[in-house]
Design a binder for this molecule. Structure first.
Ligand code: PML
Length: 269
């Protein structure tokens, strides 16, 4: 019989402001160790010292787990953030987002997509052809949860990413999250860059082209960032989509390819 699996989730905040979060899906025997590691991560995250850390542990029904393969990873080079924005818009348009909607979404993320130009706590959901925002709460957005790598896939991916010079934990975590998003009903593409002022790389992901990193999407020191999920409303309901993103357990048990070749968008695109 396979061992029981648990979802372990951590969220840390300071004066009610989200600081950091992380989650894992692990066998019962690793729950204590992983809970301690995630708590340690919250206590040592750069910036303010967390004044509230919430850890939750939840048993998973093994019959509900969806096993999947991670998307392929590639990297586009942009000489500066303005070029990065053009690359992002171009990749979104290639994925099927209306070009002017893509450009508008990139600008929205750069200016703070939450109320009053704030950074949203979760992702914004946008109709890929009309640009209409669909998330119920524009401050919270939608949080993608309950996904991880199988132990064998984790160790293979960690060494492949390290060999490609991509050993930062953000790459692995964003790849896993994007992998779950790309399996969502009605998904057209995802746009993301970090709100960490020291991390300027982001990505556009879509089901055909995979996880496409973009070297520069903002200036160092800028704390704007977040995620936009573009969807085709003819292929899903918002309820079905949000239920999948928040609740469906997805475990990746196979990697995609990791390309180290540097890619450029042709100037005329
Ligand atoms: C990467 O370098 O591939 C990760 C980019 C996105 C990071 C998003 C985040 O950590 O918030």
């Amino acid at each position: 019989m396979s061992p029981s699996l648990y979802s372990v989730r951590m969220r840390a905040s300071y004066h009610g402001q989200h600081l950091t979060g992380a989650e894992r899906i692990v066998p019962q025997a690793e729950v204590s160790e992983v809970t301690a590691a995630l708590t340690e991560r919250a206590m040592t995250c750069p910036g303010e010292l967390a004044d509230e850390i919430q850890c939750s542990v939840e048993k998973i029904d093994p019959t509900t787990v969806l096993y999947a393969q991670l998307p392929d990873l590639s990297t586009y080079i942009a000489p500066d953030w303005q070029a990065g924005h053009r690359v992002a818009s171009c990749l979104l348009a290639r994925a099927g987002v209306q070009p002017e909607i893509a450009t508008r979404a990139v600008a929205l993320l750069a200016s703070g997509a939450g109320p009053g130009g704030t950074v949203m706590r979760g992702a914004l959901i946008m109709d890929a052809s009309s640009g209409k925002r669909l998330e119920a709460d524009p401050a919270r957005g939608v949080r993608v949860s309950r996904m991880d790598l199988s132990p064998e896939c984790r160790s293979a991916l960690e060494s492949d990413l390290a060999a490609a010079g991509l050993g930062h934990h953000r790459v692995l975590e964003a790849l896993v999250l994007a992998g779950k998003v790309l399996g969502a009903p009605g998904i057209v593409a995802e746009l993301c860059w970090s709100d960490d002022p020291n991390y300027t790389i982001g990505y556009v992901a879509d089901p055909q082209a995979g996880y496409q990193r973009i070297s520069d999407l903002k200036l160092a020191g800028d704390s704007c960032g977040g995620r936009v999920f573009f969807i085709d409303q003819a292929k899903t309901s918002l309820e079905e989509l949000v239920d999948y993103l928040e609740c469906q357990v997805v475990l990746f048990n196979a990697s995609g390819t990791i390309s180290t070749a540097k890619k450029w968008i042709p100037a005329d695109e």
